[in-house]
Design a protein around this ligand. Structure first.
Ligand SMILES: *[C@@H]1O[C@H](CO)[C@@H](O)[C@H](O)[C@H]1NC(C)=O
Ligand SMILES: *[C@@H]1O[C@H](CO)[C@@H](O)[C@H](O)[C@H]1NC(C)=O
Length: 415
């Protein structure tokens, strides 16, 4: 008898489907559990106990309890939730007057998708990827459909192209919110279509792209900073092509190197096409921070992100580079003072080196001028003094001569 009753129950549950009014969606596709119903946040949501004639007395329960959400009313057997909020989610069940379960459903609330934001980037000339983010928190399970249409390049292609020529931008579950177009054509333009879909609706973004505009290499790899033996102001920096950039003759990279002593916040930047570079204006005895980034050799697209920072200090050598000798001559306090110099903002290493030389030469000139002036002044004073002394000496000499003469005279006169 009991088992009969329970199977009748089951049959009733199976037969009674919950009908939903406009903002609601009943979906097997989206809900992991069966019988999940989706409603729109902020809208009025009406739950109907189907199979029961309208106006019949029905008892609604929310998560098994008789207490229903605020702002909810039962009208003619339907449960009306006005301006539904997230707190109204849960399991709703309708029962007859005897308390017998007629039907139940899980209500989930959320928003209709809005146009997602999409950007695309090509790490090389073969493949490109697009990345997206939803513009609004929908609170609901969401899928994305990513497709592209290649724009015809020639009249001939235009005539042959079909509206159905849509390619799939492949999504990799390991990299959600992105897709990749393989074997892209460098000279082609693409119209991307990224559609955000959830149980309440869908919304798509179109984006026109060309490979040249979206090319952005990955940062160079294997960055190394090494001291140069016996050169306390030099650092040798080397790096490699990013592994995602195929080494082809026609598609080379150029590089940008930035470095600063750790105590300074301003970078010096050098651009180069080499895979190594020697910094010649490093600060003696200081650790330096170095990073490198890459860009298409012909300036297409944009610079890569900076590689991770690598630190290195120049060699502690006794031999001084010529510029240090000059600096030491002008400033006897010596290299210990040097780190307190203003940070080096010069954009290119070679340029800053020559500025330093000019400064050293100028100060040497000023120094020499003062030395010369001092010597001349001293010489003048000496000359004046010698002259004066000479005059006095002559005077003395005359007096002496006179005295001698006078002394001599009486003697002669005596004699
Ligand atoms: C974009 O893709 C979606 C889903 O495939 C489709 O419904 C929509 O019509 C597409 N829009 C355009 C302009 O192609
Ligand atoms: C393009 O993408 C595929 C798949 O991710 C990869 O195997 C291939 O190496 C990529 N091509 C280049 C040049 O990076």
């Amino acid at each position: 008898m009991l088992s009969l009753l329970s199977s009748v129950n089951k049959v009733v549950v199976l037969l009674v489907a919950v009908l939903v009014t406009t903002p609601l969606t009943l979906s097997r596709e989206w809900g992991e559990e069966e019988g999940v119903t989706f409603g729109q946040l902020g809208k009025d949501v009406t739950l109907t106990c189907a199979g029961v004639s309208l106006g019949a007395t029905v008892d609604w329960r929310w998560n098994g309890a008789h207490m229903l959400p605020e702002d909810s009313v039962v009208q003619q057997g339907q449960l009306l939730l006005s301006r539904a909020t997230l707190s109204s989610e849960g399991t709703y069940s309708c029962h007859n007057t005897d308390g017998l379960l007629l039907s139940s459903l899980v209500l989930r609330l959320g928003r209709v998708p809005e146009v997602p934001s999409v950007s695309c980037r090509a790490p090389n000339y073969d493949n490109f990827s697009c990345f997206w983010a939803s513009s609004v928190e929908t609170f609901l399970p969401t899928k994305y459909i990513s497709t592209y249409r290649k724009k015809p390049l020639t009249e001939d292609e235009k005539q042959r192209s079909q509206p159905s020529d849509v390619g799939l931008c492949t999504q990799d579950p390991a990299h959600p919110l992105s897709c990749t177009v393989m074997q892209a054509q460098f000279w082609s333009s693409y119209r991307m279509n990224v559609t955000e879909v959830n149980p309440l609706g869908s919304s798509f973004r179109l984006l026109d792209i060309t490979m040249q505009a979206i090319i952005k290499p990955d940062p160079p790899e294997g960055l190394r900073v090494e001291p140069v033996p016996l050169a306390p102001r030099r650092l040798r920096v080397s790096w490699e092509y990013p592994s995602t950039w195929p080494r082809e003759l026609h598609f080379q990279l150029k590089f940008r190197l930035q470095y600063r002593p750790i105590i300074s916040s301003s970078w010096s930047v050098v651009e180069t096409t080499n895979l190594s570079e020697v910094i010649t204006d490093a600060f003696i005895g200081l650790e330096h921070v170095v990073q490198v980034s890459a860009k298409d050799f012909l300036d297409a697209g944009s610079w890569s992100e900076w590689s991770p920072e690598v630190w290195g200090a120049p060699a502690i050598g006794q031999t001084m580079a010529p510029s240090e000798v000059a600096t030491a001559a002008v400033k006897p306090e010596g290299p210990a003072e040097e780190p307190s110099l203003a940070p080096n903002n010069a954009p290119v290493a070679g340029h800053s080196d020559s500025t330093e030389k000019v400064a050293v030469l100028a100060s040497l000139g000023v120094f020499a001028f003062f030395v010369l002036a001092a010597i001349l002044g001293f010489a003048f004073l000496m000359w004046v003094r010698v002259k004066k002394h000479g005059k006095e000496a002559t005077k003395h000499h005359d007096l002496l001569a006179a005295a001698i003469h006078m002394k001599a005279l009486p003697k002669a006169q005596i004699l």
